[in-house]
Design a protein around this ligand. Structure first.
Ligand SMILES: NC(=O)c1ccc[n+]([C@@H]2O[C@H](COP(=O)([O-])OP(=O)(O)OC[C@H]3O[C@@H](n4cnc5c(N)ncnc54)[C@H](OP(=O)(O)O)[C@@H]3O)[C@@H](O)[C@H]2O)c1
Length: 275
């Protein structure tokens, strides 16, 4: 089990979790049960994923089992705000996610949506939820350096986490350096490049030499860069495989070979383009 990462709010974040984007509602219960059974301690959800009710039901079922420790588990949700980015809408969305899931430990702004120019006020609403003790940790997702500088400058509060697309083709070197200067943990979404990076021959060669799968090699790369990540799988054996990354290490030469794969290619939208 990879070590937890300390956060700037005094708590800590499990470095390796699993995500629920594009997990169908009728599959969510089984995926969450398999993830908990495998030993994950972080589940990455969001209002947008349309499966928070099923996530909550799975967590309530898990709580009935002997030995289940909810305190050891971190569950994330994210504010989407399609209809409104007003502070009241943030609070209503948080309340709805909390009702569905049972408890939210990390709450994020899902996208900055810069053309709407409301993300500073949305961040203020998250800061209030945090100050009221409604949520342990607040963070953002898909924020660039410029968006981060603005919310930090205008509110004086630095997010604990920024969840961004990152994988060997898009290592986000400069953003990670900015995060390091400001004490923000980088949490990678699409850490396997939506499975496309699994086909990369350099990754394949490293994985073969180490006797691990390409997914395990990539996950190990993320952990050795010092960041967090939330790969997704609907298959119990892959959920277990993705967590089984403690028994090997990438050498400096492996890390350098993976660093050379950077192309800047994204599998998702650039943060400035989503409104
Ligand atoms: N904040 C945001 O804007 C944002 C955006 C996108 C994603 N996310 C988060 O990031 C999570 C992961 O992102 P993602 O699903 O886009 O991409 P990903 O985790 O990079 O890739 C998922 C794909 O890899 C496959 N896979 C997983 N483990 C594997 C293994 N060991 N061997 C072979 N294939 C494997 C999965 O297939 P199977 O499922 O068939 O196993 C799925 O097709 C999401 O679930 C979500 O929580 C956040």
């Amino acid at each position: 089990m990879p070590a937890d990462l300390p956060l700037n709010d005094g708590s800590a974040l499990p470095a390796l979790g699993f995500g629920l984007y594009k997990v169908a509602p009728d599959e969510t219960g089984a995926v969450v049960a398999a993830g908990l059974e495998a030993g994950y301690r972080l589940i990455d959800g969001a209002e947008l994923y349309g499966n928070e009710r099923e996530l909550g039901e799975a967590l309530r079922r898990a709580a009935d089992a002997p030995g289940f420790d909810r305190e050891a588990l971190t569950v994330t949700s994210k504010f989407w705000g399609e209809a409104s980015q007003e502070p009241a809408a943030v609070r209503a969305a948080f309340d709805a996610s909390e009702r569905a899931v049972g408890r939210i430990d990390v709450y994020m702004i899902h996208w900055p949506r810069p053309a709407r120019d409301r993300y500073v006020d949305v961040w203020r609403a998250l800061v209030e939820l945090h100050r009221e003790g409604r949520v342990r940790t607040i963070g953002v997702s898909n924020f660039t350096e410029q968006h981060l500088e603005r919310i930090i400058g205008e509110t004086g509060v630095t997010p604990a986490v920024n969840q961004v697309e990152s994988h060997p083709w898009l290592p986000q070197r400069e953003l990670r350096a900015f995060h390091a200067r400001h004490g923000i943990v980088t949490q990678a979404w699409s850490p396997l490049g939506r499975s496309r990076v699994l086909e990369d021959p350099t990754i394949g060669a490293i994985a073969e030499r180490l006797g691990v799968s390409p997914a395990q090699a990539i996950i190990r790369w993320h952990l050795q860069t010092g960041g967090a990540l939330v790969p997704k799988s609907t298959h119990p054996h892959r959920l277990r495989e993705n967590l089984d990354v403690d028994r090997f290490a990438l050498s400096d030469a492996d890390m350098a070979a993976i660093a050379a794969l950077e192309t800047g290619e994204r599998t998702g939208t650039h943060p400035d383009e989503r409104n």
